[in-house]
Structure formats: structure tokens, C-alpha cells
Design a protein around this ligand. Structure first.
Ligand code: SF4
Ligand code: SF4
Length: 275
């Protein structure tokens, strides 16, 4: 496998680590603070926004497709590619670099990131990386997570030479990382599962459902409202209204639906009720 020049890591770092040799870039964050600053006057400005293996989470995709005014299918076709990753089964969606511009991110300009307010979680947390492992308890659905933070030590990044000091909490807060983590936590539980998913045919069907409900939310909405779904499952009126009109509500519902449809997990209870 050809190695990327630099690898941006996010909370799904464990899966990426399994597929790369770049672990030596990561140093456990052991001190309480670290020095870092990134700004337009630094000579490496935007150098890091190229040649990335940038894995997108469902919430990343939701934010960017809204930002760009695109339907999720159009965003996926134009800007992403897919490969099996989590447990080597569940597909991951990665941002396509722009080959005509030297493999740079399609959203980078001389002025910086032109989707800055909606940039992916992995871009927010950088130069840190979070390794998170969902711990599934004996009662399926009862989970907690273990996490560790790393410094991504890349020699071309001059931000580490700056004097601004951050605690971990300050950095996460400043970059808006917690919102992204909260949005993706339920999904992390899904991809951390290694439960059997039936026969080969069932697995194929379930992975198609996983892809649609995780990444192609507009199509998932059509699946709910334009198929037999609502004749088979009864949803409270407020839930129906929310998922029809609000992408974030739809995404959270999609995670509950995936737990149920992939693994038979009914722990969300109130949303999915078979007639
Ligand atoms: S300081 Fe680091 S994060 Fe900032 S632009 Fe330079 S390489 Fe990128
Ligand atoms: S999304 Fe923005 S911050 Fe992330 S790699 Fe692209 S330009 Fe850089």
C-alpha cells in the first residue's frame, strides 16, 4: 500500500493503525499542556492540507454537505471514495484529494480552509489524535469508552515551535471537538461491534444499509418516507416530524436503526416499535 505523505488521525485511529505503519508519528500526550499555534503567518500554512487519508464520519459528511448545499449522494460522488476498514468489514468514506492540484484537499485555499466552520473532526483535533475504544458491557447497548490522546509529531508542522500553551481541555473546547465526538459516539459503538451478521447474503444487505444510513442520509430519508417502512414500523409523530425536517435528528435515528437492523439491538426502545 502506498503510504500517504502525512496521515491525519481521528478517534478511529485504532482502525487506521491496523492499516498503516505510521504509528511512530504518534506520541502519547503525557504532559498536562502542549505548545502549539497555527496561523496564516506561519511558513507551513496549509501544507498539512494535502496527501491525506482523511476518514469522514457521518457527522462530518452531514456538516459538509449542508455547507456545500449538496445532497449527500452528490457529495459522496464528487468528493469521496470508499474502502473497507472497520473490522475490515464496514466501509469507511474518505475525502478525495484533488489530483490536479497536487493531491491537495479540495477545500484548501491560500487563505486557509474554506469550510472552516464545518471542517471534519479530524482536522479540528489536529495536531492531537484521539484513540477511543467503545467498551460494550454484558447488557448489549450499555457502553463506555476508553480514550487516549496523542501528539501527531510531523516534522513539517512548525506550529509546535510556537509559544502558545494549551491544556487538552482548552484545545478540545477551542476547536469544537466535543460536539463532533458526542455526535459520533453512537456510531462508534456500531463499528466497534464484531457480532455475527448472518449469512453472506444478509451481510451484503446489511452493509448496504450501513452505508446508506451512515453516509447517505438523504437517501436514508427517502427509504423511510417513500418505502413500506412506516407501514412496518411505528414511529411517534414527533420523531417522524424531526427526522423529516432535520438532518441531525435523522442521523441519530439512523444510528438507532442500524443497531436494530444489523444486530437486533432494541435498546433505543422508544423509536422503533414493530407493529
Ligand atoms: S502549523 Fe501545522 S497545522 Fe498549522 S498549517 Fe502548519 S503544518 Fe498545518
Ligand atoms: S477540510 Fe479544511 S482543514 Fe481539513 S484538510 Fe481540508 S482544507 Fe485542511
Amino acid at each position: 500500500m502506498q503510504m500517504p505523505k502525512r496521515l491525519r488521525k481521528d478517534r478511529l485511529i485504532r482502525q487506521l493503525m491496523e492499516e498503516t505503519d505510521n504509528n511512530n508519528l504518534l506520541n502519547l500526550l503525557e504532559k498536562e499542556t502542549f505548545c502549539f499555534s497555527c496561523h496564516k503567518n506561519i511558513s507551513c500554512f496549509t501544507e498539512c492540507c494535502a496527501k491525506l487519508h482523511l476518514v469522514l464520519t457521518p457527522y462530518d459528511i452531514l456538516r459538509i454537505k449542508i455547507r456545500l448545499g449538496l445532497k449527500s449522494q452528490d457529495f459522496l460522488s464528487r468528493h469521496t471514495y470508499t474502502r473497507p476498514m472497520y473490522h475490515k468489514i464496514f466501509p469507511a468514506v474518505l475525502l478525495k484529494m484533488d489530483k490536479e492540484k497536487g493531491d491537495r484537499c479540495p477545500f484548501v485555499t491560500k487563505e486557509g480552509c474554506n469550510i472552516y466552520e464545518d471542517r471534519p473532526g479530524a482536522c479540528r483535533i489536529y495536531p492531537l489524535a484521539r484513540a477511543s475504544k467503545a467498551m460494550v458491557g454484558s447488557n448489549r447497548g450499555a457502553t463506555s469508552s476508553k480514550e487516549k490522546f496523542f501528539i501527531v509529531s510531523e516534522s513539517h508542522c512548525l506550529g509546535f515551535q510556537e509559544k502558545r500553551s494549551w491544556s487538552l481541555a482548552e484545545w478540545l473546547d477551542h476547536e469544537g471537538v466535543s460536539t463532533y465526538n458526542n455526535m459520533n459516539d453512537k456510531w462508534l459503538e456500531i463499528i466497534a461491534q464484531s457480532l455475527p451478521m448472518g449469512t453472506k447474503e444478509e451481510l451484503t444487505r446489511k452493509l448496504q444499509m450501513f452505508f446508506m444510513a451512515s453516509y447517505n442520509l438523504d437517501r436514508f430519508r427517502d427509504f423511510i418516507f417513500d418505502s413500506n417502512f412506516l407501514n412496518v414500523f411505528q414511529l411517534p409523530a414527533q420523531v417522524r416530524k424531526d427526522i423529516k425536517n432535520d438532518d441531525t435528528s435523522l442521523m441519530m435515528f439512523a444510528f438507532d436503526w442500524l443497531k436494530f437492523s444489523l444486530f437486533g439491538d432494541k435498546s433505543s426502545g422508544l423509536i422503533i416499535q414493530q407493529l
